[in-house]
Design a protein. Sequence first.
Length: 290
Amino acid sequence: MLPTETHSVPLQEKPIRLQDYGAGIFTKTPTKSALKKALKKELISVDGKIATTATFLYGHEVIIFREPPSLAPKKTLVFPLEVVYQDDYLAVIYKPAGILTSGNKFITVANALAQNLHSSTQEDKISPRPAHRLDYPTTGLLLIGKTNTALAALHQLFEHKTIAKTYFAVAIGAMKTQGTIQEPVDGKMAISSYEVLKTVPSERFQWLNLVKLSPKTGRRHQLRKHLASLNNPILGDKEYGTEPLILNGKGLYLHAYSLTFTHPFSQEKMTFTKALPSKFTKLFPDYGGF
């Protein structure tokens, strides 16, 4: 018998299309695109009938995904992740440098989540999925959704800017002690606030600054582009740094330090922090704020 996955639909406030509801409920359909492909191949049934993109869900339906022979068995990614927090709805994990958050590559945080997290007991559980992204070379905290409703709720929190994120970076050159950067990123307005916490002289870079960053928007590469726009690129940034001042071999000095938000189900205010990697503290050993 071919491998199958089963999902029970909780009662819906109003009917919803399967193509809008079903992304992430099965490990092989983590995105809407993958879901549509599975529907086109007639791999998904609802209450025993082959489902289509026009299938509506009302609640209490049983959705079954049957894996085709060409996809089974699938290689499993073995990649241990540090779990900072998890409950039945969401999780916070530490993303190391040198791994994609998600995408078409095999080695991604998204592909490693299921083996590192407890499965949700909720009816609308999904294969855990990141609710936002961190760049490939960036370290720090990543928020994960474990159910369909939780993931949607987390996306709403990000959209309404009610999740506070704090980053630390090491920036090159002479800087003002604080400021707000309002520069478009990819044609969209982007806002970042910064505060220089410590500055040390450097023979090669003149000055190195430990900078606390608070992005008010969430554009791709926003912090990296904003600091580069001040002529203070992040140390180790090969994409936005100045060629003579690019540091090789140490990675990008950008770390997602904290997340603060209200839990969408318990309504508890939650704050998580992750200490800076040792490469930061080696540059600023006398700074006592870590």
